[in-house]
Write a protein that binds this ligand. Structure first.
Ligand SMILES: *[C@@H]1O[C@H](CO)[C@@H](O)[C@H](O)[C@H]1NC(C)=O
Ligand SMILES: *[C@@H]1O[C@H](CO)[C@@H](O)[C@H](O)[C@H]1NC(C)=O
Ligand SMILES: *[C@@H]1O[C@H](CO)[C@@H](O)[C@H](O)[C@H]1NC(C)=O
Ligand SMILES: *[C@@H]1O[C@H](CO)[C@@H](O)[C@H](O)[C@H]1NC(C)=O
Ligand SMILES: *[C@@H]1O[C@H](CO)[C@@H](O)[C@H](O)[C@H]1NC(C)=O
Ligand SMILES: *[C@@H]1O[C@H](CO)[C@@H](O)[C@H](O)[C@H]1NC(C)=O
Ligand SMILES: *[C@@H]1O[C@H](CO)[C@@H](O)[C@H](O)[C@H]1NC(C)=O
Ligand SMILES: *[C@@H]1O[C@H](CO)[C@@H](O)[C@H](O)[C@H]1NC(C)=O
Ligand SMILES: *[C@@H]1O[C@H](CO)[C@@H](O)[C@H](O)[C@H]1NC(C)=O
Length: 656
């Protein structure tokens, strides 16, 4: 009896653990299994007989030095390439080159994944062993390519070489059997864009981006660079880590956006937790500072990234309820927070020293910088909550008091009442995108008027393809753009948020310069891939990452704001539902936590908004709907417009 009961609950949990099937599944671009095959012959040079066999069955024969085929896998993939050498000659030579963008397809070079070099000479090609024996060739872990879409197979010898059965064994998400087993979903139609499926596609594109960034910690990038050797240790943890990128930066670091994407699509916080364990292990025992990337990059000197690690710890706890994890890192966590607070000066603000002013790549950042202080504020607010959970009530109150004082001091020192936005620091008139977007996101604003003014003010930086960041010349930076999207939603400017998404991500996902599947690290004012070209990347457009978790902000933003789903205590024991219609006619989706399924489905018809919600029994929350007049719940008119509900299924309606 007991056995069959256990079997039953396990099956039920498995079935309930997955997002419900529906038309949205068509937009899930994750490969069906670990093996991906090329789907298109991009181009052929020289004499290659039966090249089509490389995307089908049979054998393609390379005849002669310099003949090559570029294969297109159709989307970003990453892992160990393999194929059969069916026949060969004594002097046979083959090489492989790779790229994410079609702009850098070449028989002689790959795009750069380790060193930024103007001439794109960093990675080179992989030359296969000579003599090239017949049989199966497969890249080693070290030789694997972290992220690519195009692979070029080149013959460097005269004799015929037969190649068949080309594929790649994807190595990302090492702990998942089925890449497509998403726990969350999102679906809408966008009437205001050339592709009405854009927002749904983008949601899935963000999810897949984060999957390709989730790697075995033994497959991080070697430093110093050994071409593209990917067999370094990215931290002493057993399980998968969330890294910054697929091709590049295969090392943990920024998780201010990608952790949320992990929750809403995958309910898989393990890679974030492991990445944070790596970050805490980098603590300098003397000062308490943390690095801003894990091994082997081991970059040091960023107050903002230290704050992100603290904030990320709270996110993992909020989404999983894993207080043991907080316990394990608590002494390092409090010490790292004390390190940041030790930089607070007589103004009440943190005065970022030059040597801790590294950030996402922007200029400046030192001094009483708005973004850094907003992140300190958020660190203190969340630390107060965690301290309370840890039973340290006095510490919790002390963090909260410091947060309150900091918020007031930031407003006194940095609010520019003429610009109606925050200044970058007290000795500059520059109005930054990052600090303003995050001030709204993390509630450093004191009034609704400020929120509205910042949302409006941020549009002054917009171009047709996204905001030009005032903090770094010639740069459109989707990491910061992701915070800005959320800021507009929080300001209740949903149509403005979608306008921004259309411009910035609408460019990124469709331009033929990009990998057109996963999301770009950044780009420039004219749409080129020369992100940070003049600011550290040595004008090497091939260095830019096409799969960077920090660019996935719209994925969680659409779940949190278009569906309006908010997790307000661990795993959603309490929740909020506050959909922002944003000019759409309907939207549906949801997410899973350890407590179960949280779903929202809304539709506007004949000026009536109908919202179906589903939350786990035993939870409770508040629903706030836009519109006018009373709200009905399951047909009964309510006195309040903020409706408090217990978990379960409900239908709410309101005139809009
Ligand atoms: C992108 O499209 C433009 C216009 O059709 C074309 O000139 C260009 O070569 C394409 N770029 C790539 C990398 O395919
Ligand atoms: C193949 O062509 C290259 C470039 O022309 C040349 O350097 C190389 O020696 C040739 N290899 C053979 C085996 O002929
Ligand atoms: C990575 O590969 C290189 C070359 O094969 C080898 O020397 C090195 O020991 C490997 N490193 C690890 C951590 O496995
Ligand atoms: C805390 O920091 C020390 C170095 O100061 C490190 O050795 C230890 O592993 C860290 N603990 C955790 C749980 O990360
Ligand atoms: C203040 O901000 C400006 C603009 O970002 C920057 O150039 C400058 O270095 C910062 N100065 C100080 C002292 O913080
Ligand atoms: C609060 O701020 C003061 C002044 O910066 C600092 O001395 C104190 O350690 C902070 N308290 C906590 C709990 O972080
Ligand atoms: C934001 O801060 C204000 C006080 O300035 C507070 O009243 C409000 O509840 C906070 N909002 C959130 C969402 O925490
Ligand atoms: C900003 O970038 C543009 C485009 O690369 C360049 O022409 C200009 O000189 C740069 N301006 C500054 C101040 O660096
Ligand atoms: C676009 O801007 C980059 C610098 O960011 C420059 O290198 C490139 O030449 C520009 N491209 C065009 C077509 O103007």
């Amino acid at each position: 009896m007991l056995t069959s009961f256990i079997a039953f609950t396990l099956i039920a949990a498995g079935a309930f653990g997955l997002a419900p099937p529906g038309p949205w599944d068509r937009f899930n671009i994750a490969p069906k299994d670990r093996i991906s095959r090329p789907t298109i012959i991009h181009s052929i040079e020289g004499n290659v007989r039966n090249a089509d066999a490389l995307i089908g069955s049979g054998t393609a024969t390379f005849n002669g030095n310099g003949s090559f085929v570029t294969l297109d896998f159709g989307l970003e993939v990453g892992g160990r390439v393999f194929f059969d050498v069916v026949h060969s000659t004594g002097d046979a030579r083959l090489s492989l080159s790779f790229t994410e963008s079609p702009e850098f397809i070449s028989p002689l070079k790959s795009d750069d994944s380790c060193q930024q070099i103007f001439t794109m000479d960093g990675d080179g090609v992989q030359s296969l062993p000579v003599p090239l024996g017949t049989g199966k060739f497969m890249q080693t872990v070290r030789q694997q390519r972290g992220g690519f879409r195009y692979m070029t197979i080149v013959s460097h010898s005269d004799g015929p070489i037969g190649v068949a059965g080309v594929g790649v064994e994807n190595t990302f998400m090492p702990h998942w059997d089925d890449f497509r087993a998403y726990t969350g979903y999102f679906f809408t139609k966008d009437p205001n864009f050339h592709d009405s499926d854009f927002l749904t596609k983008l949601w899935y594109s963000g999810a897949y981006t984060v999957q390709t960034n989730t790697i075995d910690p033994r497959s991080a990038r070697q430093l110093p660079c050994l071409h593209w050797a990917n067999n370094a240790t990215g931290g002493l943890v057993d399980g998968p880590i969330l890294a910054d990128g697929a091709k590049r930066d295969r090392s943990p670091g920024d998780m201010g956006i990608s952790s949320h994407t992990e929750l809403v699509a995958l309910n898989d916080m393990l890679p974030s937790k492991n990445a944070l364990l790596v970050m805490f292990a980098t603590q300098d025992p003397a000062t308490g500072s943390l690095q801003y990337s894990g091994p082997p990059i081991n970059a040091k000197g960023s107050d903002t990234y230290i704050a992100w690690s603290l904030i990320g710890t709270h996110n993992v706890w909020l989404y999983t309820g894993d207080i043991e994890f907080v316990h394990d890192v608590w002494s390092n966590y409090t010490k790292a927070l004390a390190f940041l607070e030790s930089q607070v000066d007589e103004t009440g603000l943190m005065n970022v020293p030059q040597e801790f002013s590294q950030d996402w790549g922007r200029d400046g950042g030192q001094g009483r910088n708005i973004a850094a202080n907003v992140l300190l504020y958020r660190s203190l607010v969340t630390a107060s909550e965690l301290a309370n959970e840890m039973g340290e009530v006095r510490l919790s109150k002390a963090y909260a008091a410091n947060a309150t004082a900091l918020k007031s001091d930031i407003n006194n020192l940095l609010w520019d009442s003429t610009a109606e936005m925050f200044r970058d620091n007290d000795s500059s008139d520059l109005i930054p995108q990052d600090g303003n977007a995050m001030a709204v996101l993390f509630n450093v604003t004191q009034t609704r008027e400020q929120v509205k003014a910042i949302s409006k003010g941020l549009t002054q930086f917009w171009t047709d393809i996204g905001p030009l960041s005032p903090e770094l010349n010639d740069t459109i930076i989707p990491f910061v753009g992701g915070f800005e999207v959320q800021a507009h939603f929080i300001a209740d400017e949903g149509e403005r948020a979608l306008d921004l998404i259309h411009r910035e991500w609408g460019y990124m996902l469709y331009t033929n310069l990009s990998v057109q599947s996963t999301l770009l690290e950044g780009f420039t004012a004219n749409g080129s891939l020369g992100y940070r070209a003049a600011a550290g990347y040595d004008f090497d457009h091939a260095f830019t990452s096409h799969s960077h978790g920090w660019a996935t902000g719209p994925t969680p933003a659409m779940t949190f704001h278009i569906l309006g789903l908010g997790i307000t205590s661990p795993q959603g024991k309490t929740w909020s539902i506050n959909p922002i219609l944003s000019g759409l006619q309907f939207a549906e989706g949801g997410l899973e936590t350890g407590l179960g399924w949280f779903g929202v489905k809304w539709e506007v018809s004949d000026d009536m908004l109908t919202v179906e919600i589903s939350t786990p029994t035993g939870t409770s929350g508040t629903v706030r709907l836009p519109g006018k007049g009373p709200v009905t719940v399951d047909g009964i008119a309510q006195e309040e417009t903020n409706v408090r509900l217990r978990g379960g299924e409900h239908v709410l309606k309101r005139h809009v």
